[in-house]
Design a protein around this ligand. Structure first.
Ligand code: GLU
Length: 610
């Protein structure tokens, strides 16, 4: 979550650090801070609650300088959103620390450090890192060994960067559960929680692995692993093309990303989907052999990715004849579960750093799954590195906190996985052909669907003063209703619940009145007649409905029902197509309500804490 940027250079690094923080802003945060150290050992710290721009203004006013520095955007987990709790945290004006994640045993450590005479000035768990390192430094040769000793005492998932006023030539970093990447420059080196932060200064990166502790100077990088043994990590040239500053003329990243969907889905299909099936080896080396043996799929994900997994279950069972379970990662990782024979574990995550999903993958390895596949958007991310197989969604950098194009490319990926698994499990020729032709038509259908924008903009007016809403769908549209409800909650703060419409009579019908808009997704499929009965149940109770429907479904607008005709599409891609109008609806409702669309309150983009 939140962000870390650090630098060891000869020039003043403050602008590099601030630019890095700005590039990570999209992840969501509540305060920002920077600490700078010059070669004479002068240590300056500035912190602000609110936006990075407020910190940048403060930096400009104070003309802060330093060739070594660390900076942070905080997403509070321990202690309120105050300047005193913002990072960097200091120990006696000597040690400065920024930290992502959580130190779970901080209370116990805090007590010990308190007894040892350290003064705490914040309510955070992070401050224990600063004091603990300071304490270890008393019996260590250097900062690297002090940090190595300190991290042995920390429980939890975190990434941290430590700076010592008495040695401006280096910073020491530690990775345990939260990503950190070292950026290599010429006579200067950098550290960040995401390579995006460093793209203006370098494209050469070292991705730290779990347990790594590294010492970074202007010219050297020394890495030790969890056992303290020196290790070499590969240098990777970044392939990321994204410029985080570019909204491409759109008012928000989210709108830009919604409109990018035809292009990114085309990219996701390119070179992978052929007229008669899938290109060879698209799931990676050894995949064909592994996939041929799969009889069961266990999908693990969180949030929007979980909805992609739920949709995938309908496809995998209906077309590929493979049984499938889907579970939220934070539940899966803390309960006893049984592994079916010949089970493939599939994780889904936009960032590839989702803490719960990563932990679930690690647990699954112990449980004895036949293999693991991740469907992910970020090359080189932890899930990609730690899974046996990785299928990249190729959506490009997604900046809006509310996921849009990552979701539709995940779904595209799962239709290809359905083809791949289906070919070993009796996928009918007819279904195979229909999935292929549906996928081929998908980019153009998405373009056509985006034309609904204007009508939906008008519709959004009717939602702006509502406090609750209900989304209904059946079959593979049920997870799409869930995703629609999640989007509306995330960015417009309207309470939204999704139900499989057959469930209405088992409770939610009690909620229906004219203050509770009901949104229905209704492609023309075999469940249409059932869905129509559910719609009548709502109408009979005075509900106001907004029905996104195929023209052939024959819904008519009247005083209680507004029908929005969605372009006709082939059945396998209907969940992808019906996602788009719901994304647009939440976007325009949020716009009318004036919320922070790209960085909704309390949320972060890449959820690296559990
Ligand atoms: N747990 C730390 C805090 O609350 C770090 C949170 C973060 O990842 O930004 O300050």
């Amino acid at each position: 979550m939140c962000g870390i940027v650090g630098a060891v250079a000869e020039r003043n690094v403050v602008e590099i650090l601030l630019e890095g923080l700005k590039r990570l802003e999209y992840r969501g945060y509540d305060s920002a801070g920077v600490a700078l150290l010059d070669s004479d050992g002068n240590l300056t710290r500035l912190r602000r609650t609110g936006k990075v721009q407020e910190l940048a203004d403060a930096v400009a006013n104070e003309s802060a300088l330093g060739a070594t520095g660390i900076a942070h955007t905080r997403w509070a987990t321990h202690g309120g959103v105050t300047e005193a709790n913002a990072h960097p945290h200091f120990s006696s004006d000597r040690i400065a620390v920024v930290h992502n994640g959580i130190i779970e045993n901080y209370l116990e450590l805090r007590k010990q450090l308190d007894n040892a005479g350290y003064t705490f000035t914040s309510d955070t768990d992070t401050e224990t890192i600063a004091h603990q390192v300071h304490e270890e430094l008393k019996s260590s040769d250097d900062l690297l060994s002090a940090v190595q000793k300190a991290v042995k005492k920390f429980h939890g998932a975190y990434g941290t960067v430590v700076m010592d006023r008495e040695d401006p030539s280096r910073v020491v970093v530690a990775r345990s559960g939260s990503p950190l990447v070292i950026g290599l420059g010429l006579g200067e080196n950098f550290i960040a929680s995401d390579q995006l932060a460093l793209l203006p200064v370098t494209r050469r990166f070292i991705f730290l692995e779990e347990g790594d502790v590294a010492e970074i100077t202007r010219r050297t990088v020394k890495i030790v692993d969890i056992d303290g043994n020196p290790v070499e990590r590969d240098i990777v040239d970044s392939v990321v093309e994204h410029d985080a500053g570019d909204k491409g003329g759109y008012r928000h990243y989210m709108l830009k990303e919604i409109h990018e969907q035809p292009t990114v889905v085309r990219n996701a299909l390119k070179g992978r989907l052929l007229d008669n099936g899938l290109a060879e080896g698209i799931f990676g080396q050894g995949a064909d052999e592994l996939l041929a043996k799969v009889q069961h799929v266990q999908i693990i994900a969180c949030g929007t990715s979980y909805h992609a997994g739920m949709t995938a279950r309908y496809w995998l069972e209906q077309y590929a004849n493979v049984s499938c379970n889907v579970e939220i990662a934070s539940e899966f990782r803390y309960r006893k579960s049984f592994v079916q024979p010949n089970s493939l574990l599939v994780t889904i995550s936009q960032s590839g750093e989702t803490a719960d999903t990563l932990a679930a993958l690690r647990l699954a390895k112990e449980l004895g799954y036949m293999g693991s596949l991740t469907v992910c958007n970020v090359p080189g991310s932890s899930l990609v590195r730690e899974s046996d197989l990785a299928f990249m969604t190729k959506a490009g950098a997604e900046i809006g906190v509310a996921s849009t194009k990552a979701f539709t490319t995940q779904l595209t990926a799962f239709l290809m996985l359905t083809l791949a698994l289906g070919q070993h499990n009796g996928l009918s020729e007819e279904d195979g052909k229909s999935i292929i032709s549906a996928l081929q038509s998908l980019p153009a259908k998405l373009e056509e669907t985006l034309l609904l924008s204007e009508g939906i903009e008008d519709l959004a007016e009717e939602f702006a003063d509502k406090h609750h809403s209900l989304f209904l769908g059946r079959g593979d549209q049920y997870p799409i209703a869930m995703e629609g409800a999640l989007k509306l909650k995330e960015i417009s703060y309207i309470h939204a619940e999704a139900y499989a419409s057959g469930e209405l009579k088992h409770g939610p019908l009690a909620l229906i009145d004219d203050e509770m808009p009901v949104i229905v997704v209704a492609p023309n499929n075999e469940l249409l007649e059932k869905l129509k009965s559910n719609v009548e149940e709502v109408r009979a109770r005075g509900g106001i409905m907004y029905v996104f429907a195929d023209k052939q479904a024959n819904f008519q607008s009247d005083e209680t029902m507004r029908v929005i005709n969605v372009p006709h599409c082939e059945a396998p891609i209907a969940p992808i197509i019906y996602t788009v109008p719901l994304q647009l609806l939440s976007y325009y409702v949020a716009l009318i309500k004036g919320t922070d669309v790209d960085q909704p309150r309390n949320l972060a983009k890449s959820v690296t804490v559990e």
